[in-house]
Write a protein that binds this ligand. Structure first.
Ligand SMILES: [Fe+2]
Length: 142
């Protein structure tokens, strides 16, 4: 079974994002593990719920940061989040309804999505965050 291996190229330089991403990888791996072996339905369902919850909380934190700095690419970035959340919920509904999952395909999809999203979309946001914080005035203007 695939495991998502953290590699240092995934560090964005934003401690908020990096901490969340490390946690997210743990939940993705817990989900992969739940699908191994006997694939007990209850543990797969719990791991799926945990993954959906952790993903949702992380996306909310990132999106709050986008609002805070009025990030210019927020709409496209949020759309990627929304699409993944929808896909996770659909997957959960399919599993809850007793459907069979193509485990290697799901594992590949999730690992690929996370790596691509961090390396492209999140990296751009992190660079903007860094730029904004370094150009912020040292003292408040009012
Ligand atoms: Fe993101």
């Amino acid at each position: 079974m695939a495991q998502f291996s953290w590699t240092d190229d995934l560090y964005t330089g934003s401690s908020l994002m990096d901490g969340d991403h490390r946690k997210l990888v743990d939940f993705v791996n817990a989900f992969f593990q739940s699908m191994q072996g006997g694939r007990d339905k209850g543990s797969v369902s719990k791991a799926m719920n945990d993954l959906i919850a952790c993903t949702g909380e992380h996306f909310m934190r990132e999106e709050a940061e986008m609002e805070r700095i009025q990030y210019v690419a927020a709409i496209a970035h949020k759309a990627e989040h929304t699409k993944l959340q929808k896909q996770l919920v659909e997957l959960k509904e399919m599993l809850d309804a007793g459907g069979r999952m193509n485990v290697p395909a799901v594992a590949d999809f999730l690992s690929g999505w996370l790596r691509d999203h961090i390396l492209t979309t999140d990296m751009k946001f992190a660079a903007t965050l860094k730029q904004q914080s370094s150009s912020a005035p040292a003292t408040p203007l009012h």
